[in-house]
Design a protein around this ligand. Structure first.
Ligand SMILES: [Fe+2]
Ligand SMILES: [Fe+2]
Length: 352
C-alpha cells in the first residue's frame, strides 16, 4: 500500500487531503469511501478544509459568465462540450461533499448567525463554521454531527467521483479529454457563499443548485438520446438517479439542522427558513419549469420552491414609468418576500 493510501488518517484529514489533490483522477475518493464504509477510519478528527480546492495548472479557470456556450446538442462538438461542462460540475461536487464533512463536522445548538458580522473570524465560534484564520477554534458546546451525516456525504463524494470518472471516460471515447475547454467555478462560489453555515450549504448547494440539475437533466438526456448516443444516454440516466438522492440528502440534513440546531421542528417553519436563506444567499429567482416528479422524490414538494420562482412580467405591466417598453423582465413572484429584508443587507434579523 502506497503512502497516499495510509489508513491512520481521520475522516476530516482524508477530506482535506483529497480537496488538496489537483488531479481528479488521483483523489482516491473511492478508496477513502471504502475504508470509511468498512470501519477502517476510526475518528472524524478536526482537520479544517482549504478555502478553495486545488486545481491542476493545466485547467483554464474562467468566470462563470464567460463560460463557453455548449450549444443544443445537435452536433458532436456540442455534445462533447455538454459532457465537459457536466464533468466540471462533478469535479466541484466531489470537493463540496468533502468540504461539508470537514467544515461542518460539528454544530453549536441554538446559535444563530448574524449575517452582518463585521469580523467573520471573530464571529466564527458563534457559527457552525469553527475555522478561524486557518486554524480550528472549538466551542465548548459544540456537538459532533452523527455518523449518518458522514456516511451520507462520504457516499455522495464517492458518487460524484464516479460521475466524473464516467464523464471523463466518455469524453475520451469521443476523442476528447477533460480540460480541453476552460472551466468555471460557479459551484465553488456558492460553496464559499455558504461556508459559514451548514444549514445555508444544504439549502443553496444541494436544494437549489443540485435541484436545478434535476430540472434540466431530462432535456440534456433527450439531446443525447435524439443523437443516437445510447451509451451517453444511459450514463446520464444513472447520474440523474444518483442526483435525486443527493437533493434528498441535502433536504434531510436541512430539516435535521433546523430541528437540532435551531429547535425549528415544524415543517412549515423549516420551509420558511429555507425561503429566507435562498432569498439572502442566491441571486435571482429559481428558474422554471421544475421537474416536479424528481423534486418530490427528493422530498421537495412545491411549497419549497414555487414561492421562490422567477416569473416573466411583460414590461408594459411593470408600472415603473418606462414608456413603450418591449419584451420581458425576470422577476420573483410578487408578494412572496415575506421576511421584508433588503437583499444583500440582512441587518434586520438573524438567519443561520
Ligand atoms: Fe454528480
Ligand atoms: Fe450530486
Amino acid at each position: 500500500m502506497s503512502e497516499t493510501r495510509e489508513t491512520n488518517l481521520s475522516l476530516t484529514e482524508w477530506a482535506v487531503r483529497i480537496m488538496n489533490t489537483a488531479d481528479a483522477n488521483k483523489k482516491l475518493t473511492h478508496h477513502f469511501a471504502d475504508i470509511w464504509q468498512t470501519g477502517q477510519i476510526s475518528t472524524v478528527g478536526t482537520a479544517f478544509p482549504p478555502d478553495r480546492p486545488v486545481r491542476s495548472d493545466s485547467l483554464e479557470v474562467i468566470a462563470p459568465g464567460k463560460a463557453v456556450k455548449v450549444g443544443k446538442g445537435g452536433t458532436l462538438q456540442s455534445r462533447v462540450a455538454i459532457l465537459h461542462a457536466l464533468a466540471n460540475v462533478e469535479q466541484w461536487a466531489i470537493d463540496t461533499a468533502l468540504d461539508n464533512m470537514a467544515r461542518f463536522r460539528a454544530y453549536v445548538p441554538n446559535r444563530c448567525v448574524h449575517e452582518d458580522d463585521p469580523e467573520p473570524g471573530a464571529a466564527a465560534v458563534e457559527r457552525n463554521d469553527p475555522g478561524v484564520a486557518g486554524g480550528r477554534a472549538t466551542h465548548a458546546e459544540e456537538i459532533e454531527m452523527p455518523k449518518a451525516f458522514f456516511d451520507d456525504f462520504v457516499r455522495m463524494a464517492a458518487e460524484e467521483a464516479k460521475h466524473f470518472k464516467w464523464l471523463n471516460r466518455r469524453l475520451e471515447d469521443l476523442g476528447s479529454y477533460y480540460g480541453f475547454l476552460p472551466i468555471h467555478s460557479g459551484i465553488w462560489d456558492s460553496a464559499s457563499e455558504t461556508s459559514h453555515s451548514a444549514l445555508c450549504r444544504m439549502a443553496i448547494v444541494h436544494m437549489v443548485h443540485e435541484a436545478r440539475g434535476l430540472d434540466v437533466n431530462p432535456s440534456t438526456i433527450g439531446k443525447f438520446s435524439a443523437s443516437g448516443d445510447a451509451q451517453s444516454t444511459s450514463m446520464l440516466e444513472l447520474i440523474h438517479a444518483d442526483e435525486v438522492s443527493h437533493v434528498a440528502t441535502g433536504r434531510r440534513w436541512f430539516a435535521w439542522l433546523c430541528d437540532r440546531q435551531l429547535g425549528i421542528a415544524d415543517p412549515a417553519a423549516q420551509e420558511e427558513r429555507f425561503h429566507a436563506l435562498v432569498r439572502r444567499h442566491f441571486r435571482g429567482g429559481l428558474k422554471p419549469p421544475f421537474n416536479e416528479e424528481a423534486r418530490r422524490e427528493a422530498g421537495m414538494e412545491k411549497g419549497w420552491y414555487e414561492p421562490l420562482a422567477e416569473v416573466y412580467v411583460p414590461k408594459k405591466e411593470r408600472g415603473d414609468g418606462e414608456a413603450g417598453g418591449v419584451g420581458m423582465e425576470k422577476r420573483r413572484v410578487p408578494g412572496k418576500r415575506r421576511d421584508g429584508r433588503r437583499k444583500g443587507k440582512g441587518n434586520e434579523g438573524e438567519v443561520l
